[in-house]
Design a protein around this ligand. Structure first.
Ligand code: GDP
Length: 434
């Protein structure tokens, strides 16, 4: 869903506007300067378009920061995550130097900005709005958030600027790509899953040449299995020398929320397996490593541990992925697959509150500060989560290029320790802040 962010100095009426648009009362209306509260998210609809509205009023992390620093941070966060930015100014108070600074920042970002002049009392008198043209952000839209005046026009402007999202609606279904080399047991696993008790199966129309999509429901939860081996099954060509298609696998992974990477337990991790695993990782998809044919593997009490070590070494870029040892033949642990899919799907969609995130980041920095580069201190001021699937965090700092890779790793580990995120890659981005 596209994101629309509200930015502006305290007391210009951001929360009132937020409530007015979302019809909710969850925002704190007293926009007391210096009060730290979290960003607020709420969905809104207008003329068939739906978007998520964010009130960035709560970004302020350091309570002691001067007001302008706080507002600048809100603006930076909005620029980082929003498709459209509403920059709210106070028509009763007039233009301030802070407004101009934030306007500069927004203009430089190149993001679509709507300049909103709030607290307009008399719509016939254009004078109070005039001076805001100086901000260079186009025509100010006069509104009164408190009286609900001209909000419809504002919403029209928002909707015009939204990117056109064309999502096929499978409802809440998690899309699960089943990928792996030929003969690792993809078809057998899909068959097992479809044959599981309590699973309700139906074919989805619009199946492509690349994969068969099957809709299943289990315990009120919905999934679409994207089965790259299914074409062969459907056409009844039983051919062990089936050609492995990179493109087919890539397309399935692209369309998925969760990737089931199937390995053959009798063969270990091959180069081909690594490549396939890499697609999911690079596309930011949550992954589960499924070691199949476990019934054929001679075992003692250390086999699992040893096997896990091999996988972690060979697929070292995705240590976040849980590993399941299963047998499609006997059905052993197949029932664990869908609950694990639920867990990693949820982790990939998790949003961490900005204040909680910054508590963890501050603590991490206190324990181990970023190493200085050429005698210059590297400072990280605060972080914000800008996306899910995969969870993506922007760290604002003084010298983004000097945050060493190993320190990025450290921060990632701290986030994982604090919030879990099992199964999903994380993205950490470092941006300049003054
Ligand atoms: P796909 O190409 O990845 O779809 O693999 P298939 O599902 O067609 O399986 C390839 C072969 O492995 C078939 O002969 C299956 O019967 C066999 N197979 C699949 N899973 C298992 C398993 O868990 N244990 C054993 N012993 N054989 C399996």
């Amino acid at each position: 869903k596209p994101v629309v962010a509200i930015v502006g100095r305290p007391n210009v009426g951001k929360s009132t506007l937020f409530n007015r648009i979302t019809g909710s009362r969850i925002a704190i209306v007293e926009d007391t300067p210096g009060v730290t509260r979290d960003r607020l998210y709420h969905d809104a609809d207008w003329r068939g378009c739906s978007f998520t509205l964010v009130d960035t009023g709560g970004i302020a992390v350091g309570n002691d920061d001067p007001l302008i620093v706080q507002v600048r941070r809100q603006a930076e966060a909005a620029v980082a995550e929003a498709d459209v930015i509403l920059f709210v100014v106070d028509a009763r108070n007039g233009l301030t130097a802070d407004d101009e600074e934030v306007a500069n920042l927004l203009r430089r970002s190149g993001r679509p900005v709507i300049l909103v002049a709030n607290k307009v009392e008399d719509f016939r008198d254009p004078t109070p709005v005039h001076e805001f043209y100086r901000l260079g952000l186009g025509d100010p839209v006069p509104i009164s958030a408190i009286h609900g005046l001209n909000i419809g026009d504002l919403l029209d402007r928002i909707v015009e600027l939204l990117p056109r999202f064309h999502e096929v609606d499978d409802g809440e279904a998690l899309r699960v790509a089943v990928v792996g080399r030929p003969n690792v047991g993809k078809s057998s696993i899909v068959n097992r899953l479809l044959g599981e008790e309590r699973v309700i199966v139906s074919d989805l129309p619009g199946t492509t040449r690349d994969a068969i999509d099957t809709y299943i429901r289990r315990d009120e939860k919905e999934y679409v299995l994207i089965d790259t081996a299914g074409m062969r099954r459907k056409s009844r060509i039983v051919n062990a020398t089936e050609h492995y298609s990179v493109l087919r696998t890539l397309k399935a992974v692209e369309r998925s929320d969760v990737v089931l990477l199937i390995l053959d337990g009798t063969e270990g991790v091959t180069e081909q397996d690594k490549k396939i695993a890499g697609y999911g990782h690079e596309l930011g998809k949550a992954s589960i490593i499924v070691v199949n044919k476990w019934d054929l593997v001679p075992k003692d009490d250390k086999t699992v541990v040893r096997y896990e070590e091999i996988i972690r070494r060979e697929l070292s870029f995705m240590t976040y992925a849980p590993i399941l040892f299963i047998s499609a033949l006997t059905g052993q642990r197949v029932a664990r697959i869908l609950p694990t899919v639920d867990a990693v799907g949820a982790a990939a969609a998790r949003r961490v509150a900005t204040s909680t995130l910054n508590d963890v980041v501050r603590e991490a920095i206190m324990l181990t500060p970023p190493p200085a580069v050429k005698g210059q201190a590297v400072k990280i001021y605060y972080a914000t989560q800008v996306k899910v699937k995969p969870p993506t965090f922007v760290f604002f700092c003084n010298r983004p290029d000097d945050v060493h890779f190993s320190y990025q790793r450290y921060l990632e580990n701290q986030l994982r320790q604090a919030f879990g995120f099992e199964g999903t890659p994380l993205r950490l981005l470092f941006r300049q802040s003054k």
